[in-house]
Design a protein around this ligand. Sequence first.
Ligand SMILES: Cc1cc2nc3c(=O)[nH]c(=O)nc-3n(C[C@H](O)[C@H](O)[C@H](O)COP(=O)(O)OP(=O)(O)OC[C@H]3O[C@@H](n4cnc5c(N)ncnc54)[C@H](O)[C@@H]3O)c2cc1C
Length: 404
Amino acid sequence: MTKNILISGASIAGPALAWWLHHHGIRATVVERSPSLREGGYKVDIRGVAVEAVRRMGLLEQVQAASTDMRGAAFVNKRGKQVATLDADTFGFRHGDDTEILRGDLAKILYDATREHTEYVFGDWVTGLDQRPDGVEVTFARGAPRRFDLVVGADGLHSGVRALAFGPEEDYLRRFDAYISISTVPNSFELDRWELLHSAAPGKMVNVYSTARADDAKAAFWFSAPPLPYDRRDVDGQKDLVADRFAGLGWEIPALLEAMRAADDFYFDPVCQIVMETLSAGRVTLLGDAGYCPSPASGQGTSLALAGAYVLAGELAASDDFATALARYEALMRPFIEKNQALAKTALRGIIPQSRAFAWFNTRMIRLMPYLPGRNRVLEQMSRPIREAANALELPDYRVSRPA
Ligand SMILES: Cc1cc2nc3c(=O)[nH]c(=O)nc-3n(C[C@H](O)[C@H](O)[C@H](O)COP(=O)(O)OP(=O)(O)OC[C@H]3O[C@@H](n4cnc5c(N)ncnc54)[C@H](O)[C@@H]3O)c2cc1C
């Protein structure tokens, strides 16, 4: 049986997997490149079967108590006038116990639930993987080499483990010709659990929100563009790139760009997916964004990571050999991953309208929504794809827990 596992990445997928491995009596070590747990971050959703996975961890109440508790969202025109509003759950396509939470708050809950029994190594990362018949020899940037039965890459879109075991990221990237940038900014709009969206120009969208218990706000800039050359380590260069794209546009965009320039948590990435032919290579496998990032446009990355952690740990506990477990993990996850990745393209068309006419039509539809005959049916139709994708996996009942 697989007894000793290395997990790379301590955000959502990594700590969730550590929780389930401990539950099944399997030892895990988590190595995280950041010097400490990365708190804060943008809001993410937990939907469908991922809610059930969190419920089975006994953490659902805690997660719900930490929710963003958003009240709603409004589309604003260039004069700042709110032209259409929606309540938060309708806007986020959430049903029942589906919950929205800041990524960092969820990471903290999962870390706190595992830190006592899981070895966490911060400020280090995997530099080499040497697969042997009986294990993997792992070398680290800082720590001494160690041997593990299995290595799991839960280290996100730009996974280091994936690069070592499968090759360059470019080979697995599905691009959508769009970029997103998010920064923490002052809450100058005095938003109270509220979000503003402004379709700045064709192919350019800005949104600002402030969540429960937050003194500040987040500003996101989305824009369409073919693949752009930029240096991933040059943050100022990336800020220039975003500022150039939104230069000369109305509403409060100049002030938001100024605030973005001053932010120390600036995030910038292409909107893209990771599409792998296979999730495992020998004793190395991938979990969460590292293996099947569905892109922020899908709104389902966190749910895939949580459900994937449940299935991977359960299969490892249920099989005596790791190869069978990894094959079953992949077979169960594959259709679920594909359904959720399929959401992104259409969702992105709504997030970044490509023409003024489409933006106008979108806003008009939302504005008229309360008065439309059959309003509930229309809303139900609109939210059906994400609801079906979020529930397109039956969580097996792994009753094979061994004492930890
Ligand atoms: C702007 C934005 C908005 C989003 N909005 C939503 C949303 O609305 N709904 C939703 O469900 N999802 C959303 N997501 C996606 C969601 O954040 C991810 O799908 C989710 O966090 C995946 O978790 P993960 O643990 O797989 O990866 P990540 O959260 O990316 O974590 C990877 C971890 O690995 C660490 N790491 C990286 N490289 C290494 C290395 N070489 N060695 C060791 N550690 C390493 C990182 O520091 C990080 O802690 C959004 C993502 C972004 C970027």
